[in-house]
Design a binder for this molecule. Structure first.
Ligand code: HEC
Ligand code: HEC
Ligand code: HEC
Ligand code: HEC
Length: 133
């Protein structure tokens, strides 16, 4: 290898290391979000910016009225335990009776809470309309 070649190689290596060290912390920061889309959340955006329909459903629900935020059920988007489908234990912190029934009642076998309560609306079932209406 001649001298020119060695110098070019050295420079290239140096440049690579500079870039690698500069970029690495930024990548570590972004990798914290579990969902790829959540790594790119622009500053100032909220859950509602991208999940408008869900936000509106939630806003009209008893959960919003009682301050049960998105992150109470899903966790922070950057957290290891961020969950697309919240665990039953999450519901159990506030609805212990219903969770106990889901686990023990034979009729509930194979069901989850969202089998009967649509997520985010989480309304109680409407009673069937009386006959003739
Ligand atoms: C910049 C846009 C953006 C923002 C802001 C954003 N999300 Fe998302 N999120 C997405 C996209 C895109 C997906 C994937 C498609 C989908 O499931 O809707 C997603 C998926 C999800 C999922 C489903 C994950 C899964 O495994 O199915 C949950 C739960 C979620 N987001 C919650 C939140 C919460 C809570 C916030 C606020 C703290 C938030 N998101 C903010 C874009 C965003
Ligand atoms: C009371 C708990 C609870 C709260 C509060 C809640 N979610 Fe969810 N979310 C769920 C459950 C349960 C599912 C799974 C639904 C399913 O699989 O049918 C879900 C699913 C999702 C999904 C992915 C599936 C889909 O329907 O597209 C997104 C995105 C999401 N939630 C965003 C949000 C956002 C944004 C908020 C706040 C505005 C929020 N959630 C508040 C319980 C909750
Ligand atoms: C931090 C507490 C909290 C958590 C966690 C929570 N909820 Fe709730 N939930 C509430 C409160 C408060 C109400 C309103 C209760 C009331 O009005 O009596 C409610 C109401 C409900 C209702 C009844 C809605 C209606 O129209 O009366 C359903 C169904 C429900 N939650 C399902 C769930 C499910 C499923 C989960 C888990 C994915 C969950 N909740 C997680 C606090 C919580
Ligand atoms: C097989 C369908 C079904 C499943 C599964 C189900 N529920 Fe319900 N839930 C109902 C019906 C129907 C009502 C309204 C009638 C009543 O008061 O029992 C209700 C009412 C509720 C209420 C309102 C308070 C009350 O007891 O009247 C809450 C809170 C609730 N459910 C939470 C949950 C949670 C949390 C889960 C999961 C652990 C769950 N439900 C699973 C059918 C279901």
């Amino acid at each position: 290898m001649n001298r020119f070649c060695a110098r070019t190689l050295g420079l290239a290596l140096f440049a690579f290391l500079v870039v690698a060290f500069a970029v690495q912390p930024a990548m570590a920061q972004q990798d914290q979000a579990t969902i790829v889309h959540h790594r790119l959340i622009p500053a100032g955006d909220t859950c509602a910016t991208c999940h408008k329909v869900i936000y509106d459903q939630w806003k009209a629900s008893p959960h919003a009225a009682n301050g049960v935020q998105c992150t109470v059920c899903h966790g922070e988007t950057t957290a290891d335990d961020f969950a697309g489908m919240p665990a039953l234990s999450t519901c159990a912190t506030c609805h212990a009776d219903q969770v106990a029934q889901l686990k023990s009642d034979p009729f509930m076998k194979g069901k989850t809470c969202v089998s009967c309560h649509q997520a985010h609306i989480f309304a109680e079932h409407q009673k069937a309309a009386p006959k003739g209406e």
